[in-house]
Design a protein around this ligand. Structure first.
Ligand code: UT7
Length: 334
């Protein structure tokens, strides 16, 4: 008898955003910037910050993981695998995924961190889906989280205004019916062009921490915004179009574009290429800025909470980030 391979479906979503808000006006007090510039160039009005030094990225992930278990009504020992997508792990090692696994007591789970910056969740979702489709795992937790405030240089106006702290996540399980779940994905990377334009120069084996690296602010994020902007506009729109063509999707049949939230202008360019009107584009950049790996799952959870995802909804997730890494995923909501 032929065994059917079921696709992986998202059965639960959750998000965690720290309470403290930093507005553009707040940033005006510490940087040579202004609300008008930030709003018109990026669409960001405020972002969240987890100031407590006792609460690293794993804290936000653990909050998400607990909510996921509660919402799904399962105990932690039912989780087989935990993937944490982050570029601000608690430490280089051990993996933040292991810390989360310990915090929630998921004694049957293994786990690891995935480093793909802003595309971390999209990469993680597709990776997790493979474990479900192969039948090796029944329940996989994918969490995207970044405590960007821990790697931001608050004296650099070109980056400090862009990012915020936050986390989101999902539980993946086998779809209950054929034709639903994670139906397609196209993932890409380009290290040749990407590696110099968006990075944290020090703290790894290339430039281990030293007095010099600290003095030179090399443990903070550095970005050549213009280069990244150009690459992001092209890559996000190209991959969105590719996902549409491969799956015979049209602007009419797509219910939601869930794009990475780095810049409102990049999102508009992607939506325009897809022929989508604004009401089909998930946008929360004005409230949270760019939460890196947290962004896409936070968007998903927000839509889910608002009751905007229905059985059969066609979702296109797209992201772009450091590496460069980018990708698109097509989900038919179950
Ligand atoms: O999530 C990972 C992927 N990241 C992205 O996708 C980010 C992509 N890049 C961007 O979103 C945009 O490039 C930025 C928002 C980062 C910058 O916007 P831009 O329109 O590319 O501005 P720019 O860097 O070309 O700077 C324009 C001007 C410059 O002044 P001059 O040289 O024209 O006098 C900057 O010095 O704006 C100045 N500027 C600022 N002014 C006020 C740069 N940052 C600021 C600021 N406030 N925060």
């Amino acid at each position: 008898m032929e065994t059917k391979i079921m696709k992986a479906a998202i059965t639960t979503t959750a998000r965690y955003l720290p309470e403290e808000v930093i507005t553009n006006k707040d940033l005006e007090r510490i940087l040579d910037t202004n609300d008008d510039w930030i709003t018109s160039r990026t669409g960001i009005r405020e972002r969240r910050i987890l100031r407590d030094p006792e609460k690293p990225t794993s804290y936000m992930c653990t909050e998400v993981a607990r909510q996921l278990l509660d919402k799904r009504g399962i105990s932690a020992d039912e989780i087989d695998l935990i993937i944490v997508a982050t570029m601000s792990p608690d430490m280089v090692f051990p993996a933040t995924a292991c810390i989360v696994q310990g915090n929630i007591g998921a004694k049957n789970a293994w786990g690891y961190d995935l480093s793909a910056a802003c595309s971390g969740f999209v990469y993680g979702l597709y990776t997790g889906a493979q474990f479900i489709e192969s039948g090796n795992c029944k329940k996989v937790m994918i969490i995207g989280a970044d405590k960007m405030s821990s790697i931001l240089d608050y004296t650099d106006r070109s980056t400090a205004i862009l990012f915020g702290d936050g986390a989101g996540g999902v539980i993946l399980e086998a779809a209950s019916e054929e034709g639903y779940g994670v139906l397609d994905a196209r993932l890409y990377s380009d290290g040749l062009n990407g590696k110099e334009h968006l990075l944290m120069p020090a703290g790894g084996s290339r430039l281990p921490a030293s007095h010099e690296t600290v003095d030179q602010h090399l443990h903070f994020i550095r970005q050549d915004g213009k280069q990244v902007f150009k690459a992001a506009v092209k890559a996000m729109a190209d991959v969105a179009e590719e996902i549409m063509q491969r799956n015979h999707l049209t602007a009419d049949t797509i219910d939601w574009l869930i794009p990475h939230q780095a810049n409102q202008r990049i999102i508009h360019a992607t939506a325009d290429r897809m022929g989508l009107t604004e009401h089909k584009v998930m946008m929360n950049i004005e409230k949270y800025g760019n939460t890196t790996a947290g962004t896409v799952p936070i968007c998903l959870a927000e839509l889910d909470e608002q009751g905007k995802l229905h059985k059969g909804s066609n979702l296109v997730l797209v992201s772009f980030g450091a590496g460069y890494t980018w990708g698109g995923i097509y989900i038919r909501w179950q």
